[in-house]
Structure formats: C-alpha cells, structure tokens
Design a protein around this ligand. Structure first.
Ligand SMILES: Cc1cc2nc3c(=O)[nH]c(=O)nc-3n(C[C@H](O)[C@H](O)[C@H](O)COP(=O)(O)O)c2cc1C
Length: 300
C-alpha cells in the first residue's frame, strides 16, 4: 500500500470545516437578516470577494475576470478585494464603483508598496492592506511573478497604517501572536487565512479563529476569514466561530469563468441565500446574533 502524508492545508481545512455540524433551533425563529456593517459601512451580506490577481479575459470577453467579479461585488453590495497589480489595473477596478480594499504585496521595493497604497487612497479605495503570507518563498524571500518580496516588521506595518487615512487590513494572519501585533500597529481588520495552503500543515483558519477572536476582544479589529469558503454553510460556521465576515475564494472561479459578472453575482447570491436559510434554521435573527453553541465538533 502506498503511504502518503496529508500535508496539504487545503485538504486539512476542508476536512476540519466538514467535521463541524449544525443543530436546529426553529421555535420562535424568524427569517434571518444577513445584512451587516463592516468598517462602518452597510453591506448586503457578510460574504466578500477574494483578493485575486492575474485573471485573464475569460472566453475573450471585454473585461478581465478581476473587473468582472468587481462588478458583481458592486451589484451584490458586498465588500470587494483585489490583490497584486499595477496602478492602472487597480484604476479599472475602482471604475466599476465597487467598494474595494487593495491588498498590496510585501514588495522588496518599499517605495512601490507606498506608491500603490497612496494611489489606492487617491483613487477612492475603501481600504488598503498587505498579504504578509507572501513574504517567504522556498528559496528564502518570495519572488512573485518576477518581483522580489521583503521581510516586514511591525514598524513597517505601522508606517503603512500612518501613510493614509484608509483602514488598514492585514491579510494572512494565522496565529494569536500576529493578530495581537496587528491590533498593536493599528490595523482595523485582519484576514485569517493560509492563502490557499501556502504553508504545509497550516492550521485551518476556522480552527484558530476562536482564539484570535478572544485575543482581539475590545481591540477594535474586525475579522474576516477565508480559505475553502464555498457555501452558505461554510460562511455560517465562520460567523458562528467569531468572524465578522468571510470571503469566498477559488470556489467563485467556475461561475466567473463561465458566467462573468452575472454568473459571479448569481454564485454570491446563492451563498447569501444559503447563509440566510441556515441562520433562520438556527434561531440566528441577524449576523450579530449567531450563537456558537449551535455548532457541534465531531472530532477531526
Ligand atoms: C488566481 C489567484 C490569485 C490570487 N492573488 C492574490 C493576491 O494577489 N493577493 C492576495 O492576498 N491573495 C491572492 N490570492 C489568494 C486569495 O485571496 C485567497 O486568500 C485564497 O484563494 C483563499 O483560499 P481558497 O481559494 O481555497 O478559498 C489569489 C488566489 C488565486 C486563486
């Protein structure tokens, strides 16, 4: 028999999420309201788009996948994210009218980091951030599409917070230690994530989430979770475990590739409808009222 070891964090994360079951609380329950407030703004649901980059124009359509999903985020009135790109591409996303957080890479060229963040503010971004889980690569520091990355200190992160008036979001937090540092430097939100499994054996974001939530109590930092979120049930579990919101990821890609903006909006609304259904089934009248005791951990 072939002996294989389970090191893929995506597989581990899915397995963990699927091991959590949900009880029903129907009596006195109402149709749930899935609208939410995030960083002071009202959104139609606590489900967000992922910080993607490098998506092509699928099937030769007019707009890149990045612009198409941003238009879907605008249509669904949800918070939009984007990742690595140059300023002109970011402008295309802003032009869709979607409220967008720009996640800037930890480039070795620190002037580029600062330029992209300042550009985002002047273009009308909703927020800025950095994916700190792309600092290291297999050869030392990471090289992403030919661009070198650099180590990031607390002081560097603090300097980005001080650079603009926009809320700063740290993406790729997977420990209490980093979460507390994010609060200390003045981040307004974190994304608990292993960036689709960059680290072998990475702890599932939802597994570490309750500890992070506890550590950030009273610190004014909102929490988003991503990795493996594909359904309303996944979103529900993330919220019940303490997240303020969650982001879908590669689960969005088939709808985007095939159906563009319309297909993506349909997918996002489906996730929202499933979330409302499960909230209604569990006596969770609104996003703030989800009681973690409806979850049952079956062992993992
Ligand atoms: C095509 C693609 C491009 C991505 N680009 C970025 C990026 O530039 N910046 C970033 O922070 N995350 C990026 N991500 C990671 C996602 O934002 C997200 O963390 C991840 O996909 C979540 O895992 P999941 O796909 O398993 O749900 C990218 C993911 C994909 C699939």
């Amino acid at each position: 028999m072939e002996y294989t070891r389970l090191s893929d964090a995506n597989v581990i994360t899915e397995k963990y999420m699927d091991s959590i079951l949900i009880e029903e609380r129907l009596i006195d329950s109402v149709v749930a309201d899935i609208s939410t407030e995030f960083l002071g703004e009202r959104f139609d649901m606590p489900v967000m788009t992922p910080a993607f980059s490098h998506l092509k124009n699928y099937e030769g359509r007019e707009h890149s996948g990045l612009v198409e999903y941003s238009m879907a985020a605008k249509e669904c009135n949800i918070l939009n994210f984007c990742g690595m790109m140059e300023n002109d591409r970011f402008q295309d996303i802003i032009d869709t009218g979607a409220k967008t957080v720009r996640i800037v890479k930890p480039y070795a060229d620190n002037a580029k980091v600062r330029d992209q963040m300042q550009y985002a503010e002047s273009a009308g971004a909703f927020g800025i951030g950095m994916d700190i889980d792309h600092i290291f690569g297999e050869q030392g520091l990471d090289v992403v599409v030919g661009e070198k990355m650099a180590e990031q200190t607390s002081e560097m992160l603090r300097s980005y917070v001080e650079l603009t008036k926009l809320p700063f979001v740290v993406k790729g937090v997977l420990s209490v230690s980093d979460a507390v540092k994010c609060a200390d430097i003045g981040a307004k939100a974190i994304i608990v994530s292993h960036h689709h499994g960059r680290l072998p054996y990475a702890v599932p974001p939802m597994m570490i989430l309750p500890k992070i939530k506890e550590a950030l109590k009273g610190r004014g930092v909102q929490i988003i979770v991503d990795c493996g979120i594909a359904t309303g049930a996944d979103a529900f579990k993330a919220l019940a475990l303490g997240a303020d919101a969650c982001a879908v990821g590669r689960s969005m890609l088939p709808s985007l590739e095939k159906g563009g903006t319309e297909g993506t909006a349909e997918f996002l609304k489906k996730v929202g409808n499933e979330l409302r259904y499960i909230m209604s089934f569990t006596g969770s009248a609104n996003v703030r009222d989800i009681d973690p005791s409806v979850l049952h951990f079956t062992g993992f």
